[in-house]
Each structure stands twice: as C-alpha cells, then as structure tokens.
Design a protein. Structure first.
Lengths: 225, 399
C-alpha cells in the first residue's frame, strides 16, 4: 500500500472565545492518496473549512497529528508551515482572493516569487491551460468572476503542488463557470497528477471527485457512502 | 515582490505621494540647514585662511560672532616683531586690520581696513579684476582732519559729498549688489566709492584704507581689531604653536593659528549648528512618524492581501520584507526628491541671497539618503509586526 500523501489522525480543533471554548472538529481521521480527487461535503458550519485550513497548514489543530509525505507536521512552527505551503500546497478560495492591485499574470508571478521560483514560460503555459492568456494583463477588477477563479486556479497550481485545496471553489459561480472550474480541477488532477481536496456543500460539484466524504457537526460521517 | 510593492503604492497615489513629499521635505530641510550652517562656516574660514599669514591676534574681548569688541593698538606691533623663538626672530610682518560694518546686498558686511602695502597679503594669487588699489593717508588723525574739512566745505558750498572712502570689493559682492568701479555708496555720514573689484575668496568682502576707515568710523587713534602675524618662513608647525603661546604671554592677547580658524568658528557657533541639527532631527522624526502611520494604515487596509500572501506560502520574513520594501520605496523616492529639492532651494537662496552659501556635499547627500532609508525601514517595523500578528484564516473567513 502506498504511503498517503496527507494523513490526519484524531484531529480536533477548539476555538477559544474569551472564557468560552467552542469545539469545532472532533477526532477526525483522514488519508489522501497521491493523485486522488476527494470532496468533503457538509452543511454550513460543520467545520469543513476549518478542517481544510488545518490540513493546509494555515491553522494548528488543538489535538491530533498530521503527516504530509510521511513527515509529522503537527507541531512545526510558522516558518516551517509557510515553507510547506509554498512547496506542497495550492489554495483556491470561494472568493478567489486575487491581489487586486496587480494584473492576472502578476498575481501568478507574485505567488511564484514567494515560492522562490524564477518567472519563466511556466506562467504563460498555465495561463494558456486555463484559457486566460488574452486577459493576462487585466487586473482582477476587470475580469468576470469565472475568469477570476480560473486565474486563482492557475496561481494555485503553477508550481505543481502536491495537493490543491479548494474551499467552495464554485460557491460564487454560475453553473456554466462552476462546470468550467470543475473541469479544470479534473484536468489538473489527471494531467498534472495533483491531489485535489475540495470542500463543497454542492452535491453536483462533489460528483466531480473520485471520493466523497461527508461531514456533520465537526465529524466525518463514515455511514454515508 | 517589487511588483507588488510598486502596485500597492500606485494604488493609493495621493497617500503615497504625500508620504514621499514628507520624506522629501525632511531630507531637503536636513540638507539645506546643514549645508547652510556648514557652508557659511566653511566659506568664512576658507576666506580667512586665504590670508598669507599664520597667526591672528585679537583682544580677549573680541567677539568672533559680531567681529567687534576689544581693540588692539598699532604701537603693540614693534613689540610683536621683536618676539623670538629659540633665540631666532620669529615674526616677519604684523598686519593690522581695523574692522567696520556696512550694509551691502541686503547683508551686513565686514569692511577690512588695511594699509595699502598689505593688500598683497590678503589678495594672494587673486587678481584685481577691475580698477586699482586704493591710497591711504599717513595717519588716522590726518584722515580725520581731511574728512572734517571736506564736510565743512560741503556744508558751506553745497558741493556734492566728498568721495573719501575708496573700497575694493570682491566679485561675489559686486555681482550680488550690482556694483561697479566708480559707483558711489553711502557709508554712515560720508560717502564711499568703489575703486576696485577683486576675485572672490579673499578674507574680506570689502577692503578700505585703514586710516580713512578709522576716520569715517569716528576713530582717530591708531587702533585695530586684529593683527595677522606673518611668521618667519623657517618656523615649523610646532614653533608656530609656540609663537602663539609667546604672543599670548607677551601681550595678554588671544593668538590663534589661522589654520584653526574653522574649528574656532565651529566652536563659537556650536549652539547655532546644534539648534539647526535639532530642527532637522525633529523634521526627520515627524517624517518617520508619518511613514509609520502610512504603513500602519496600509497594513490595516490590506489584512486580506497579507492573508492571501500567507496562504500562498509567504512566511514572516516575506511579510516583513514586503512591508519594509514598501516603506523603503517611499523613502527612496522621497530621498531622491528631497535631494532635488535641496538643489532647487539652494538655487533659490543663491538667487535671492547671493552672499549666502549652501554647501551640498556628496557625502552629506549620501548620508541623508541613508538616514531616510534606515529611518523609513525602522518606522515600518511596528506596522510589519502588526501584519505578522494577523490570523490569515480569520481574515480570509471574515469576508
């Protein structure tokens, strides 16, 4: 059996709000194999975004262990987490989160600079892959929401990360653009071999994945196939 | 990441421009104030050091700032000329200077009253560009008598005022005051006229014959404000120092090396230069506070962008570098503009006050730029620290 690309064991998360502790995740076990396309479905507030942020090293769990590529990353510090995010993870958000002051191409360039990569032909290739070459020099405000999401996807995968994490990537899109983005995810998963973890509450979006996990009340529900 | 820093600055053009302007004004103020105080001191001391003499003797009560005060007597000169160092004559010539003041080109000028035969000691290699050397009368009493008789003649006959005080002025003053040989100007109750224009750089901007100047100032005694002592050429630097001590011991006057004149001036005006430096430092502090507030506002406004960068893998060092880069860019543009403004202000000062010297040295300019860059970076540290404290998840979820 191959080693999971990402493995979580007994992950729990509790947020403190003053004196009040708010538990959000309970005893999450999860394993993603290399090249998988997994969707996590669940209603709003069930903790799926928090889970993604923990798996994406944006947030530390209150308890539990996390391995990426076999390495225990549960307790690494901010610098180490940032380094792993740079190398292994790409994020796509519901609201695209493009940098508004620079062009579409420069959004990708900035990401590459942060990763310490040279600006080369890779950026033009990824723009071509997401069919955005003609709008490369437009600022996000000059792009449609579908185009913005395609640029966000390009920015997330230009460095060929091991895992693409998408938080409600179609939540703000009409059905046409949503389908386009899902097709893009499948293409990225198939052609680049990138593992995709997608958070969604849309059953139709989840159908794009190879495997669907259901979350309710901070737990992964094994009873729903 | 420079792309992002530039884009962020151009995104808020007015705010960025104001920040750049704040830095520019502070740098300009620093350079112009330092340039003005040092330039003036340098210019005066260089002119004094142009005198072909090694020692200047003044009364203990002589005030360097106003160039007035306790007087010397010409009868002291023979005693000075007899001074010896290690059994050898030490003094070659003693040159008395009587000082008076007159207003020319909008500024009060020191008039150096000298004997015409000492003019070469002051001129050195500098040439008379126009006119000729003045003549003097043999004593201040004689000069005073002549002046009195001329005034009497004038009152009885209504004749034009006598041209009794010939002046030689330097070229810079001539240009500033638009004076030429033959021009007449008022000097107290009498008249003066320009007889010559000499190249710039001589000790006094205005020279007059000593006896006539004394008489025009109402002094009939042969007094002076300073003696320039030309030592024997065989004297070493150490022996010149000894000669100063010997003069002080023999005359109870103050004797200093002309070579030390700059230091003496700097010491005298230390309070003023400290004040000007303090003004510059306060201006810089205000400017850096402005940068701090600007960067603080930018960080608050751009929490989401910072969170995006963190999601892309930007670590604390990247966020810190990004904030510092923006502050440094503001300061770089501000410093460059400040240097340009300094040259502009110097040009304006020298156009409207041609006798004021604003010295802009390359080393000071580079120093000011360095201060701007370091100060800007330090000012951005706290906003950068705040940027690092933001929780990216909270920021990204907040929307």
């Amino acid at each position: 059996m191959t080693q999971p690309l990402l493995q979580a064991k007994s992950i729990a998360k509790t947020f403190s709000q003053g004196r009040l502790d708010v538990p959000v995740l309970f005893d999450i076990d999860l394993a993603l194999q290399p090249g998988e396309f997994v969707a996590i479905m669940g209603p709003s507030g069930c903790g799926k975004s928090t889970l993604m942020h923990i798996l994406g090293l944006m947030l530390s769990p209150t308890a539990g262990q996390l391995w990426i590529d076999g390495r225990d990353v549960s307790n690494i510090k901010a610098n180490g987490r940032a380094r792993l995010r740079r190398k292994k993870i790409g994020f796509v958000f519901q609201r695209f989160n493009l940098l508004p002051t620079v062009t579409a191409r420069q959004n990708i360039c900035v990401a590459e600079r942060i990763r310490g990569h040279e600006i080369d032909g890779q950026i033009d290739r990824i723009l071509d892959d997401v069919e955005m070459t003609h709008k490369a020099h437009h600022k996000p405000g000059q792009l449609s929401i579908g185009e913005q999401q395609r640029i966000a996807v390009a920015r997330a995968v230009v460095h060929r990360p091991a895992i693409l994490m998408a938080d409600e990537p179609t939540g703000n899109l009409d059905s046409h653009n949503a389908q386009h983005v899902l097709d893009l995810f499948r293409q990225i998963n198939r052609d680049y071999g990138i593992t995709v973890l997608m958070i969604t509450h849309s059953p139709s979006a989840a159908q794009a994945a190879d495997r669907i996990l259901h979350m309710t009340d901070g737990r992964i529900n094994p009873d729903i196939p | 990441m420079l792309i992002l820093a530039l884009a962020n600055l151009t995104h808020r053009k007015v705010r960025s421009a104001l920040s750049v302007l704040a830095v520019a004004i502070a740098i300009m103020l620093l350079l112009v104030l330092v340039g003005l105080s040092n330039g003036t001191l340098d210019e005066i001391s260089q002119r004094m050091q142009s005198v072909q003499a090694e020692i200047v003797v003044r009364d203990q009560h002589f005030d360097l700032a106003s160039m007035s005060g306790g007087k010397l007597w010409e009868k002291e000169i023979p005693r000075l000329q007899q001074l010896q160092i290690q059994g050898q004559p030490a003094v070659h010539t003693v040159i008395p200077v009587f000082l008076a003041r007159m207003k020319l080109a909008g500024l009060s000028q020191n008039v150096f009253g000298i004997h015409p035969n000492h003019f070469a000691t002051f001129a050195g290699q500098r040439r008379l560009l126009q006119g000729h050397l003045f003549a003097d009368l043999d004593s201040p009493r004689h000069a005073a008598q002549q002046l009195t008789s001329q005034i009497d003649d004038q009152s009885s006959t209504n004749a034009p005022p006598p041209l009794d005080l010939p002046l030689i002025i330097d070229q810079r003053l001539a240009n500033a005051a638009q004076l030429h040989v033959g021009d007449r100007i008022a000097y107290g109750n009498s008249d003066a006229h320009i007889v010559g224009v000499i190249e710039t750089g001589v000790a006094g901007r205005v020279f007059a014959p000593i006896n006539r100047l004394r008489a025009s100032s109402g002094i009939i005694a042969p007094t002076a404000h300073m003696f320039f002592v030309k030592a024997q050429p065989t004297l070493s630097n150490d022996q010149l120092g000894q000669l100063c001590e010997t003069i002080e011991a023999a005359t109870h006057r103050s004797a200093t090396l002309v070579a030390n004149y700059h230091q003496e001036l700097a010491d005298k005006f230390r309070g003023l230069t400290t004040f000007m430096t303090l003004v510059s430092v306060i201006a810089l502090a205000i400017c850096f506070l402005f940068i701090l507030v600007t960067m603080y506002t930018m960080v608050l406004e751009r929490q989401k962008e910072i969170a995006i960068l963190q999601s892309l893998g930007a670590g604390p060092a990247n966020i810190l570098a990004q904030t510092l880069q923006e502050a440094t860019l503001i300061c770089t543009f501000g410093a460059a503009l400040g240097v340009l403004l300094s040259f502009l202000v110097r040009h304006i000062i020298q156009t409207f006050q041609p006798l004021m010297t604003v010295e802009l040295r390359l080393s000071w300019t580079l120093g000011a730029v360095l201060i701007a860059l370091v100060g800007g970076a330090v000012s951005a540290l706290y906003p950068a620290y705040l940027a690092l404290r933001h929780d990216p998840v909270e920021t990204l979820n907040f929307e």
